[in-house]
Design a protein around this ligand. Structure first.
Ligand SMILES: [Zn+2]
Length: 136
């Protein structure tokens, strides 16, 4: 049977996702490498020569700024993912009594619960979990 996740379980899901910092870190490293290479080669599409390489000494002077840029990209990714997680609703909802599945209308706040024709509560799929009947 389907039961509604309690607030603690929903928070757990969000915390689990937040703890995973792999993607933001990878984005940060990727941005760092790209800007380093770009700066070193001095890629400039508007210049006649296209490449205007700078010296390593010049590049090292830029590193704090480039690192800051990468960290900003990393933090932005992290915040974006946290936001998505908090607003992560499935396109489908399910009645926890008769298990009828509803397709959510677009632009309808998924958290607004409906009442099914059977009298059961219709809950977003991302907010329910499946448990074996014998446990209940
Ligand atoms: Zn129902």
């Amino acid at each position: 049977m389907w039961i509604k996740k309690n607030i603690a379980e929903i928070k757990d899901d969000i915390i689990k996702e937040k703890k995973d910092k792999t993607v933001p870190v990878l984005i940060g490293v990727f941005v760092f490498l790209v800007v380093i290479i770009n700066t070193k080669l001095g890629i400039d599409k508007h210049s006649s020569s296209y490449f205007n390489p700078i010296t390593w000494a010049e590049l090292f002077k830029c590193i704090p700024l480039l690192a800051l840029l990468s960290i900003a990209a990393s933090v932005a990714t992290y915040l974006y993912r946290s936001y998505i997680m908090k607003h992560n609703f499935s396109d489908y909802s399910i009645c926890i009594k008769c298990e009828k599945v509803y397709r959510n209308k677009k632009n309808v706040k998924a958290e607004n619960m409906m009442i099914c024709k059977c009298g059961g509560t219709v809950v977003n799929l991302n907010r329910v979990k499946w448990v074996d009947d014998e446990n209940y």
